[in-house]
Design a protein around this ligand. Structure first.
Ligand SMILES: [Zn+2]
Length: 64
């Protein structure tokens, strides 16, 4: 399992990224839940999970 930290370059939100070679492969892309910036495009070779760890400092986050 690989672990890493990712920061959204658009809004500053921080994420913990986990990659598992044995899980169901992740396809498509992961977008920042607060601003919609694409953080990663998956190649389908691993299971990748993101978890928000640092709330962005900006205001005006959409409330859905
Ligand atoms: Zn963002």
């Amino acid at each position: 399992m690989k672990k890493g930290d990712v920061t959204c370059s658009a809004c500053g939100a921080g994420f913990r990224r986990l990659e598992l070679a044995s899980g169901p492969a992740t396809h498509g892309e992961y977008r920042c839940p607060t601003c919609g910036e694409i953080l990663e495009k998956f190649d389908g070779n691993a299971f990748v999970a993101y978890r928000l760890t640092i709330q962005p400092s900006i205001r005006g986050v959409r409330d859905d």
